[in-house]
Design a protein around this ligand. Structure first.
Ligand SMILES: Cc1ncc(COP(=O)(O)O)c(C=O)c1O
Length: 455
């Protein structure tokens, strides 16, 4: 960290204060107040003197005194560096570091980030910047770059059976922002109640609640979310692979859900977060393709490429586009341009789907290994949600405290989430086992360690 720019430094001299004393005080206050953080390299005494229009003697003496007081560290022929001092920082303390890294990590919310096609991404990004006309460096279309919206419209039609008009797509920063945006759109249009799967991702509950909406839970069974008794202006659902049970929404339920949405004029929000990873023969089309005017489709590059990209997309019913664009402007004035152009070029070149084919095979092998290992080490416990995605659900017998089981596993170096951690009212005990962070060759040992912890 270096600060060559000292424009923040104002020398307001108090009566009878020398220039040197004023400078020394200003620097000391900046360090003690956390404005200049430990490790920051300050300008040389000559550079600072030039910028402040004072003589070099003033700055070098101020620096020397601050070194003597322990605020700065001086090194021969190098600029002074801010020392580690007990600052009365204005910055709040950081959240405590999470627990240490476990030996085996079954966290279900991330893919194997080591599979990220880094060199292809860098090439696509470099190409996007090199070929960009000057206007690309300006604020972009609030919906996102048209190249990406068009590439996604073709891709989602071909691969997910979605009916996408690029004009109705808004590129967002991950599914997280997509849901945030939809929650705000709903609230702005006077919606009061949203129905979410129970169990479901707690952060998704929080997003809708934060927008001022009442959030109601809808139970999930082996056929996905139940559709009887739905009541609300919107329903969030993960039809392709429910999170966290892994259930696939059955055909009759899909039809019933769409019929309900039409009859009630309610919005169905389809979180299609991991649908590219389907292992059986049968393909499950996106709900959106069957009722684009009633479904807001949310997709993400977080599972297919990396959650660090923070790229997602929302395909909206036509009537919601203007409101979504207005709110996207308020949120962040548009998603970053060049990663969008890079993703568009990966999709257009076919590299995206080649990457998907490659990593799908990796995950399929891992999943098969996991199912085998569970049958060996924890026989008799049902394993559900295996048709797609990057996690399965290991059901525990009724009466077993899954939270306590997960805590025992954590103590044994195996990180795993209890199903009840995702539930509001829903009964059911189990462990959610993601295989994004466990290489195939470690799956057997990870399950053996889990079984030992549970025994
Ligand atoms: C149910 C569900 N939806 C969406 C996502 C992706 O979120 P984002 O695109 O914000 O990274 C995840 C990630 O774990 C998820 O579990």
């Amino acid at each position: 960290m270096a600060t060559d720019d000292a424009s923040w430094l104002h020398l307001d001299r108090r009566p009878h204060e020398t220039l040197r004393a004023a400078l020394e005080r200003a620097l000391r206050e900046a360090i003690a107040g956390g404005v200049l953080r430990a490790g920051t390299r300050l300008p040389s005494s000559r550079g600072l003197a030039d910028r402040l229009g004072v003589s070099r003697g003033v700055t070098s003496e101020a620096y020397a005194r601050l070194v003597g007081q322990g605020f700065l560290e001086a090194r021969a022929r190098a600029v002074p560096v801010v020392a580690e001092v007990g600052t009365a920082s204005r910055h709040p303390a950081r959240a405590p570091e999470p627990l240490g890294r476990p030996r085996f990590d079954f966290t279900a919310t991330t893919p194997d980030v080591a599979l990220f096609p880094a060199s292809r991404w860098v090439a696509a990004l470099r190409g996007a910047i090199a070929q960009a006309p000057p206007r690309s460096f300006d604020y972009g279309d609030l919906r996102g770059e048209v190249q990406l919206r068009e590439a996604l419209a073709d891709y989602l039609g071909r691969v997910r059976g979605a009916a996408v008009d690029p004009a109705f797509v808004v590129i967002v920063q991950g599914a997280a922002q997509g849901l945030d945006l939809l929650a705000r759109v709903l609230a702005a249009r006077g919606a009061r109640r949203v129905v979410l799967n129970d169990p479901g991702l707690p952060s998704q509950w929080d997003r809708f609640a934060e927008a001022g909406l009442e959030v109601a839970g809808q139970p999930v069974d082996g056929d996905g979310m139940q559709v009887d008794g739905l009541r609300g202006e919107a329903v969030l659902t993960t039809p392709a692979h429910q999170f966290p049970t892994g259930a696939v929404l059955s055909g009759p339920r899909r039809r019933a859900l769409l019929a309900w949405g039409r009859a009630e004029d309610s919005l169905l929000i389809e979180d299609d977060y991991d649908a590219e990873f389907r292992y059986g023969q049968e393909s499950v089309r996106a709900l959106q393709g069957l009722g684009p005017e009633h479904v807001a489709y949310v997709g993400t590059a977080s599972k297919t490429l990396s959650p660090a990209l923070r790229i997602g997309w929302v395909v909206l019913p036509a009537r919601l586009v203007d409101e979504a664009v207005r709110l996207k402007n308020l949120l962040d004035a548009g998603s970053p341009t060049f990663p969008q152009l890079a993703l568009a070029s990966l999709i257009r070149s076919g590299d995206y789907e080649r990457h998907l084919r490659r990593v799908r095979a990796v995950y399929r092998h891992r999943r098969d290994r996991l199912i085998q290992a569970l049958a060996t080490h924890l026989p008799g416990l049902p394993v559900e949600g295996i048709a797609a995605g990057m996690h399965v659900l290991l059901r525990l017998p009724p009466g077993v405290d899954d939270g306590a089981a997960a805590a025992r596993a954590e103590r044994a170096g195996v990180r795993v989430a209890a199903l009840s951690a995702f539930a509001r009212a829903a009964p059911g005990r189990g462990l959610v086992l993601g295989f994004g962070r466990i290489p195939e060759e470690h799956v057997e040992a990870a399950v053996a360690a889990l079984a030992a912890a549970l025994s």
